[in-house]
Design a protein around this ligand. Sequence first.
Ligand SMILES: *Cc1c(COP(=O)(O)O)cnc(C)c1O
Length: 414
Amino acid sequence: MKNVYMDNNATTPVRAEVREKVLPFLGGKFGNPSSVHWAGRAAHAALDEAREHVARILGAKDREVVFTGSGSEADNMAIKGACFALRKKGKHIITTAVEHPAVLETCRDLEKHGADVTYLPVKPDGTMEAAEVGAAIRDDTVLVTIMFANNETGVVFPIKEIGAVTRKKGVLFHTDAVQAVGKLPIRVEELGVDMLSLSGHKLYAPKGVGALYIRSGVRIERLISGGHQERNRRAGTENIPGIAGLGEAARLAAQEIDEESARTKRLRDRLERGIFEKVPRCRRNGHPERRLPNTSNISFEYIEGEGILLSLDMEGVAASSGSACTSGSLDPSHVLLAMGLSHELAHGSVRLSLGRDNTDAEVDHVLSVLPGIAERLRAMSPLYNRRPEERPALKYEELACSTHAHDIGDGHDH
Ligand SMILES: *Cc1c(COP(=O)(O)O)cnc(C)c1O
């Protein structure tokens, strides 16, 4: 079997239609969109068209979309930009313990400059309630930043309910929707979000381009100073090839979202059912329904996730353990720890994230190789080889999620 790619939450391939859209801007259509001549006008037209498509997939107005250099930059811009603009109001930020590093590390950096950050815990199934956000809001709260969908588990947060709470209390609400755009329908007005981040390469567009939706009327400070690009909100000559690609990817995703989400969900569910049938002692991480249609995160007791990944790779299957950004480090996933998993179970986790190119034959391939891999690795596991009654009990359900909050909080109070 040829290579199977099931790591679409880490990045997606650039789809053919997007590549076609990008190529002219790496050739004859090289103009600077700020120039008034024919070359500049062609580039500017591409910028306008892309902005329209990105706005449309969000239910936003064109002028509310700012292109950035990545999803991470969009997160930084929203969080730092809001905090700098509102420093007279206060210095309190509310987020969760399971955010992407682009949000968590940004909050950490702001703590060094005097910000006070509340990292809300999640339940063992990875979810949380909007009421907890409401309870955490104070007079000096300047921003709530909570992800739309988690990149590791796929768990989806109650964005609309949180939006209702923040609106009522008059606090800005940013959501990192990098994993949600293209997989879930999004209407920013109905959701009550003030800012929303997205990224091209999670959406079948090139890497190095992203966007931030900023609701009109919301004032944040810019991070990149210089020219007047993006209505003075982000300086630097625009990445026209990347932006044109992102626009086309958004246009196509908006058309296909229902059909494509149903298709990947069917494949994902079949893959998951097959694994549970064929591999003993494994469990799903994350709420079974409140999650993205493409993501499956599974812990295999008594096995290292890294071992499974290496063995899968030898069978041509690309998957991931922990988050893409921290794999390579030996720290277990902060997301799984925050859900109350033991270090052992967190280490034994594998993320399979499907995408538009996956097929039933590929699911069959994974199901044909994974049980053997798990059996072989378990046979080598010193923990598993003890007599069954001596095996350590890996009890996860009753673990309180707050037990591990300090792994995220770095000594800060929650
Ligand atoms: C990938 C990802 C990001 C970062 O996007 P980049 O474009 O790679 O910087 C941010 N948040 C989430 C949830 C992601 O999955």
